[in-house]
Design a protein around this ligand. Sequence first.
Ligand code: ZN
Length: 380
Amino acid sequence: MKWSLNLGTVAGIRIKIHWTFLFIVLYVFYSNYRQSGSLETGLWGVFFILSVFACVTLHELGHATMGKRFGVRTRKITLLPIGGVASMENIPEKPAHEFWIAIAGPLVNVGIAILLYLLFSGQIVESYTRLQELTLSLARSGSEQMSESAHQALAIGPANFIFYLFFVNLMLVLFNIIPAFPMDGGRVLRALLAMRMNRARATQIAATVGQVFAFLFILWGFYSDPFLIFIGLFVFLGAYSENMMIQQTEALRGHRVKEVMHKAYVVLPPEARIKDAVDYLLQGHYSDFIVMDDDDRIVGLLSKPRLINALKTKSGEDPVADILVRDFEVLDPNEKLSKIYPGILGNEAGFYPVLELGNLVGVVDKESVDRFLMQQSSLN
Ligand SMILES: [Zn+2]
């Protein structure tokens, strides 16, 4: 099942939207419509949520463009109901670079807020005064039930659309600069710490702070908005996994590809059938397949999970050529493991062939690196 829909490509970055986003749009439409009884208010609500997500996309593009300046490529931006995520190919090692990449997102929202204020200051001030009077009079009257007219005045519509959008951008800034790693503020914190100490320790501290915030979000979510529970879980898991990744990268420092590569791979000719690969798989020793042509050039790669997945739609008689990953990276035996480790986790092919002077000498996959990490920690 595909979880997200492609919206298009901006500056070489794919913009995807998670399908659960549709629920948000429907929910906003429904709640606005129910409160006001008017279709128009429902549609203004939808227009508003789409505008908010346009601002979130610009925020992520802010990270991506700054990343590009420092040589960090962004593969895609995914819009989730809880916000956007820019998937960067690697995390910048220089603290100053990470600082600027992290701060660039919130700065975009500062920019949008300033722009809105410059263009519509009259309207924003007017909406603000009106909404403030309204909330004050509601508080004074002390009645539990909001009047029909109060509902209408608070609802998103042409009169206060700009004000709400301005307000949301300020909120995006405030929320994102909370130092809850891996949120932007947490990355800024890690960058600032990493200017004074090594990156592993800086990440450890930032991740701990992030997890404390995540816990507070979850607690707070139980008393107010359940959405905060999701954000809390997201931050908690994000802090855990990124900290783990950095600590492992640190443990790999000083070690090279040739120390972890193994030879449990199979070379297949381009005309091999899927069942040939399955036969090897059933022997239990092999999980990485490399397809080579007669000139010993690698045509494509096939990992065990990809092969198993393909069996759902393909027959054993189909050629393996149909299911190969053809866009892959190769490694040199002397390459540094700490440099390639973050890439291994997101590697589509599932493993890397290792070539020495053009000859295949082994493969590296996540399992072989994990095994190596385990041996290292048991030696220490
Ligand atoms: Zn951000």
